[in-house]
Design a protein around this ligand. Structure first.
Ligand code: BGC
Length: 903
């Protein structure tokens, strides 16, 4: 092992390592520049380091109890372990752990630990704290419980939200004499609340200043979230408080809390409080706060000894909700429990005597039921509820569940502890957002922000396109349950099409409870603080994403029943929408699809047209042509009876089939003289923009739309994009399919490699990555043109986008589930190169230089595959005899036979 030793003080960092040539010890000092931020100092420090060490050892930790790597640096305590690992992706250990375990053992234990834990040291406030709470959310697909301190009430620094999948409510707010209706994922009663008081003192209220020291650790392997903190009260009393939370992954109505206090310098009387607070409102997103956010009406509060129950309903959607708690005090001998019922809240207090240095624990189990998934009386359901014996039992259950979950979905990576941690974080939150056995009981899909916050009001977008393949790969039945959310809203989608003068089914850009359009018509520009018109609903391509997910699910599972009973009906209806949207121009002999927006939300219309909407968006037209070919294929493939039955249900005719065949091969695309595919018709007439000018003015120009609008200008004038659009179809479609579709449409591409290269270069220069969905798509595109350096850079930015909250505050309002899913997809489908989009799996790795091995499994056409991929080999095994291909070469696998392909 090659260690790098650090001694960190407020003024300098002393570092030493062995010279790689003569093995002498090199000792150096980096002086901390007080005029620069600590972050800048550490970035500079990094540049001074050699690159051939594999463990960092901190020689002078100051707080061994919380973590062996905490130091004082630049006059503030920091966890140098976390910092160095983020900076160098190298395990970082403290000197005490090295003494205890030996260097090698300590390093390998830390690598393992880092790969499984999301941790924060120190107290934060504002959006930063909000963002960390989003990322430390626990849940089980039914509910999401934000990783807030349990002592906190909603305010500017903390937001203890609770959400149940599918529980939405609409409220009306009158703004400037206009009634604005919004449908929100409802923040449910806060039952995680616990706090304390000492002697006759006030009830402790969480503020960042009260926290002396704190470590928050989400253990993704077991699902247990732990907060360890030292509090100093203004009266000089100090205490240690340890909170643990765990969601029940199986009995999904439940979560459990353990609250332990230890008086550090006093004895006396304490009370621990527990609440179910139904007075909560939706206030997670600052810019929505001017809208009405009170969704709940509390109907009743009841207490029965250690049990309490709050019954409520949502104001408009009428969902009944019951939240029950049960309190236990495993190690408090003499305690007195009192309860207070308020109109919207129940508060219970356990009073007991404390002795300095001892620990006292209160445990609480919370159960949540709603009338959406529960047929019986909710109060009865809560009372009848099988609680865990105690918290340890809840933890044991969670560990068992997560062991099972990880054996299905873990991506094990060696060679990069940061990427390992963040890939697991993405998988963890995919599981918090939806689970197979849970979603089978629900009528819900995954929102763009998971069950983690209130941005986009919890709505469901085309982001499903980026996450569903991941679910399909590991839990096909979960993907089906999520597709059923869309199937159940087919009538609403038909209504929406009809209301807009179209046929078939038009899914809304933003979908909530009922499947009607939930996009706002106004959008707040934070630069001007003005509400600008929002035409994003014209992104009709969301229906194509749904169609793609139906097809991909079918291709990966061969679930004929699904296609017969639901899938084909959806596809025929979506196809009818596009048939009815296509218009024939006898002059050009081409079909046009007008009045749409592509994924690039910067372009809402033409500079010289009053109405919004664009003509012939390339992504939309290519995907429409692709959809038509798949629908045609299924009509030919499925038995006549199935086809007839679906024709009837979708009111689809042979004329429609003929239309589809005609339109699909003649949809209009535009190319410039250099072979660049126009994002939409007329794109090349738009002006180029001087990005450098705006970069100098504004620094971050990712939201060029807002910048331009604040200057009275419009992004519609320019060739610029928020995210991948013209080339977006290369994300869901194989390159060969993409080229074939273009050829079918009458646009033969003679040199696909050159075409992709030229187009990637062209559009990259014009894209600001204003959506987290952008970089990951371009990372994949950069791989296609062999720009591995760029691909890696964009991949890492996408991978860390929530961890570093690269949009400057949006993680506060929930995770970005789409980029999380897409990142996982790029890792397995492109880096490891296992492509599931064909008849059989095909493998073509583009393995990152700095990674060693990647191990993962997946389900494809009912067979379980196990892969280990490295820079020069692929090892594969399947539990069924199967065929696959490696870079075009056929490979046959016998059942459970392991084959290694060296490349
Ligand atoms: C992106 C959309 C995305 C939405 C929800 C927007 O910023 O431009 O593509 O669907 O966020 O994640």
């Amino acid at each position: 092992m090659k260690p790098l030793y650090l001694t960190v003080t407020d003024k300098h960092i002393r570092y030493s390592y062995e010279d790689s040539d003569d093995r002498s010890t090199i000792d150096k000092v980096y002086n901390i520049n007080a005029k620069k931020t600590l972050g800048d100092n550490l970035d500079n420090f990094k540049l001074k380091l050699p690159n051939d060490f594999d463990v960092v050892v901190i020689l002078n930790p100051i707080d061994v109890e919380l973590r062996d790597t905490i130091v004082s640096c630049g006059n503030q305590p920091i966890d140098m372990g976390l910092t160095m690992e983020n900076l160098l992706h190298t395990p970082t250990v403290g000197v005490h752990d090295v003494a205890r375990l030996g260097l090698k053992q300590a390093a390998s234990a830390e690598s393992e630990h880092a790969g499984w834990h999301l941790e924060y040291y120190g107290s934060y406030s504002g959006k930063r704290q909000y963002g960390q709470e989003s990322l430390q959310t626990i849940g089980n697909g039914y509910f999401g419980l934000r990783g807030s301190y349990v002592e906190a009430k909603a305010g500017d620094d903390y937001y203890p939200g609770t959400y149940v999948a599918g529980v939405f409510n609409q409220l009306t707010t009158n703004i400037n004499n206009r009634d604005i209706v919004n449908e929100d994922l409802v923040n449910l009663p806060n039952a995680q609340y616990m706090t304390f008081s000492i002697d006759d003192g006030d009830v402790f209220k969480m503020t960042p200043e009260m926290i002396d020291n704190v470590y928050r650790s989400l253990d993704m392997r077991t699902g247990v979230f732990t907060i360890t903190m030292i509090l100093s009260l203004p009266n000089g009393k100090r205490l240690k408080v340890i909170t643990k939370k765990v969601a029940d992954m199986k009995n999904y109505h439940n979560y459990s809390l353990q609250y332990t206090v230890q008086p550090l310098n006093f004895s006396g009387d304490m009370r621990i409080f527990s609440e179910i607070d139904g007075s909560v409102t939706n206030t997670n997103v600052e810019r929505y706060r001017s809208f009405n956010g009170k969704h709940l009406v509390v109907d009743n509060t009841k207490v029965d000894g250690d049990r309490a129950i709050l019954l409520a309903h949502t104001k408009h959607s009428g969902v009944n909700i019951a939240v029950g708690t049960r309190i236990q005090c495993p190690n408090i001998v003499d305690s007195e429990l009192t309860s207070n019922r308020f109109q919207e809240r129940i508060s219970q207090a356990i009073a007991f005597h404390v002795v300095e240095g001892r620990t006292y624990t209160v445990e609480k189990t919370v159960s949540i039921y709603t009338s959406l998934e529960t047929n019986s009386d909710l109060e009865f359901a809560v009372n009848d509820h099988a609680y865990h014996k105690n918290f340890a039992d809840a933890v044991a259950n969670s560990m068992r569940s997560w062991q099972q979950i990880w054996s299905n979905e873990d991506i094990q990576l060696s060679g990069d502890i940061t990427a390992q941690k963040l890939l697991r974080l993405n998988e963890f939150h995919a599981t918090v957002s939806a689970q197979q056995h849970v979603n089978q009981d629900l009528d819900a899909s995954v929102g763009a922000r998971g069950l983690h916050g209130e941005a986009y009001r919890g709505h469901i977008f085309w982001d499903e396109l980026f996450i569903l393949p991941y679910y399909t790969m590991h839990y096909p039945q979960l993907a089906k349950a999520l597709l059923m959310y869309r199937y159940n809203r087919l009538p609403a989608a038909k209504k929406y099409a009809e209301a807009n003068g179209y046929k078939g089914a038009m899914y809304p850009w933003q979908s909530g409870m009922y499947g009607d359009e939930q996009s706002q018509s106004l959008h707040l520009n934070p630069i001007t603080n003005q509400w600008d018109p929002d035409n994003s609903r014209k992104q009709r391509h969301v229906s194509l994403a749904i169609a793609y997910n139906v097809w991909n699910y079918y291709n990966m599972t061969e679930d004929d029943d699904f296609i017969k009973n639901y899938g084909l009906e959806m596809l025929l209806n979506i196809a009818k929408l596009w048939i009815s949207k296509a218009e024939y121009d006898p002059e050009t002999k081409k079909y046009s699809i007008n009045d749409v927006m592509g994924p690039d939300e910067f372009h809402e219309g033409y500079p010289d047209r009053k109405e919004s909407g664009l003509d012939n968006n390339a992504y939309t037209n290519i995907m429409t042509s692709w959809l038509f070919s798949k629908v045609d294929f299924l009509i030919q493939k499925e038995p006549e009876k199935v086809v007839n039955d679906n024709y009837q249900r979708a009111d689809f005719t042979d004329d429609n089939l003929n239309d589809m065949r005609n339109i699909g091969k003649d949809l209009k695309l535009e190319f410039n003289q250099d072979g660049i595919l126009g994002q939409f018709e007329g794109y090349f007439k738009l002006k180029d923009i001087d990005f450098d000018y705006y970069r100098r003015q504004y620094g971050d120009i990712s939201r060029m739309d807002r910048i331009l609008k604040s200057e009275g200008d419009s992004p519609d004038q320019y060739q610029l994009a928020k995210q991948a659009d013209a080339l977006m179809a290369l994300y869901p479609l194989k390159e060969s399919t993409f080229m074939n579709i273009l050829a079918d449409m009458g646009y033969q591409i003679d040199d696909p490699q050159k075409f992709i290269k030229d187009n990637v270069n062209y559009y990259l220069q014009r894209t600001t990555h204003g959506s987290t969905l952008s970089r990951i798509v371009y990372s994949m595109l950069a791989l296609k043109v062999n720009d591995t350096e760029l691909s890696w850079k964009l991949f890492y930015e996408a991978l860390t986008s929530d961890y570093y909250d690269i949009q400057g505050g949006t993680t506060a309002e929930g995770i970005h589930l789409g980029v999380m899913g897409a990142t996982l997809n790029v890792v397995t489908s492109y880096f490891a190169g296992v492509d599931f989009r064909g008849e059989e799996l095909s493998i073509d790795p583009h393995f990152p230089e700095s990674w060693n091995t990647l191990t993962f499994n997946l389900v494809f056409k009912n067979a379980h595959y196990y892969f280990t991929v490295s820079k020069d080999s692929v090892t594969v095994k399947a539990d069924h005899a199967t065929d696959l291909s490696f870079r075009g070469k056929q490979i046959t696998l016998n059942e459970n036979e392991e084959k290694t392909i060296n490349y």
